[in-house]
Design a protein around this ligand. Structure first.
Ligand SMILES: Cc1ncc(COP(=O)(O)O)c(C=O)c1O
Length: 417
């Protein structure tokens, strides 16, 4: 993903151990069988508050327990019962006929394109979408298709009139043939805006009237579900296929799921094989997914509301700090102060007055990790491993860094004059 492109180097275990902001890792002992040989995996080393992405979450104890006892088979031969259960559960949750476990969101989008498109066709997509910007041009390299990029609006949507206009003329032999429309929900670069059921239905109708399917890159689909208080079925309903990630806010170590009609999933399964994504005893990973999609205290869907609350609280605190500014562009079109009401899911995007790299380094030295984001912005993403109690710590460290940077700036200015 884009934010990880310039990922900070690995934290040296000795750096920041005694610095403000670091806190002890939760000891991971409860899932370990009580044998003499069993040792805790993580013995309480200090770890940072990591806001770089929601992909940094570590599996919960319930997931680790489920993984340890998962019943498995050979999924390439079609007989891993745990992954079959997960695929069926995901398909049912989103109201589709079938599901397919894939290694990542990128692979889900790729095999969805392989399932929907023929070489020489074209996809209509948002110009700042992950599929265009951050998937190594898989559409061109592997699927053999082109992309018609449309500029998205600050609410993460594409203008329906522009979508209609972007369809090619299938009777003209010069033109590519439009074969797919995609949306990203939540839409990352607009500060994680969730797209509504009504909007999805509008775009689906435009696509379907022209005989073309709609695919949703729902890497954070359940954030969109929870933020809008709708059901996954309702939000997925108008689309032909949806990819969602287990390994982001849902906290699983690996994996995404693609859902859609049976014949499409069969083609996507072939595509997954083509790109080397046929896994064997994958029930080990699927077991974590079943915990994440489950109900009750171990389920990871409803708790996404906590991440959204924490992100909003963080944005409100940041907005009051001198030196924190609007991210600009589709993340926040209004200049000036960071607008916390832009935060509707788990992303906070902003700019900092002064040097971005120095700001991020200052935070890192205090045990807080954020990441560079496109157009000069910074992203802080909340997730399962960031608690409400961490927010004041993050804000305190941010204030310290900004003060330090302002001090340096005025010293430098003084030296020049
Ligand atoms: C919107 C969006 N789609 C797809 C992906 C790809 O997911 P993965 O990193 O699992 O390949 C990401 C990853 O960050 C994403 O943000």
């Amino acid at each position: 993903m884009v934010a990880n492109r310039r990922r900070p180097g690995p934290l040296r275990p000795d750096v920041g151990r005694f610095v403000h902001g670091f806190r002890p890792a939760r000891p991971r002992t409860s899932w370990v069988p009580a044998t003499e040989a069993a040792q805790p995996v993580d013995s309480g080393a200090m770890r940072p508050i990591d806001l770089r992405s929601d992909t940094v979450t570590r599996p919960t104890d319930a997931m680790r327990r489920a993984m340890a006892v998962a019943e498995v088979g050979d999924d390439v031969l079609g007989d891993d019962p745990t992954v079959i259960e997960l695929e069926e559960r995901a398909a049912d949750l989103l109201g589709k006929e079938a599901g397919l476990f894939v290694t990542s969101g990128t692979q889900g989008n790729l095999v969805a394109q392989l399932g929907h498109l023929a070489r020489g066709q074209e996809t209509i997509a948002a110009s700042e979408s992950h599929m265009i910007v951050d998937e190594a041009a898989g559409h061109a390299v592997i699927v053999g298709t082109s992309i018609r990029a449309l500029r998205e609006r600050p609410d993460g949507t594409l203008d329906p009139a522009e979508i209609i206009d972007a369809f090619r003329d299938p009777s003209d032999p010069h033109e590519p043939i439009t074969g797919l429309v995609t949306l990203e929900n939540t839409h990352a670069h607009s500060m994680g805006q969730p797209l509504s059921v009504e909007y999805t239905a509008t775009v689906a109708a435009i696509a379907h009237e022209r005989g073309v399917p709609l695919h949703i890159d729902g890497a954070r689909f359940f954030n969109a579900v929870v933020a809008q208080g709708v059901t996954a079925r309702d939000l997925a309903g108008p689309a032909d296929s949806v990819t969602f990630c287990l390994s982001k806010g849902l906290g699983c170590p690996v994996g995404s799921i693609l859902v859609g009609p049976k014949d499409f999933i069969w083609r996507a399964r072939r595509g997954r094989k083509l790109v080397g994504g046929g896994l064997r005893q994958v029930g080990i990973l699927a077991a974590a997914g079943l915990v994440a999609l489950g109900e009750g205290p171990d389920g990871m869907i409803e708790r996404l509301a906590d991440d959204h609350r924490n992100a909003r609280q963080l944005a409100e605190g940041l907005a009051d700090l001198d030196g924190i500014e609007s991210a600009g562009g589709i993340a926040q079109p209004t200049p000036g102060r960071l607008d916390p009401t832009r935060v509707r899911t788990n992303f906070v995007l902003f700019k900092v007055r002064g040097e971005r790299a120095a700001f991020l380094a200052g935070l890192k030295a205090r045990g807080i990790l954020m990441v560079e984001y496109p157009h000069g912005a910074i992203r802080a993403a909340t997730h399962h491993d960031v608690s409400a109690a961490d927010i004041p710590t993050i804000l305190g460290a941010t204030r310290d860094v900004l003060d330090e940077m302002a001090g340096r700036t005025s010293l430098a200015a003084g030296a020049r004059s």
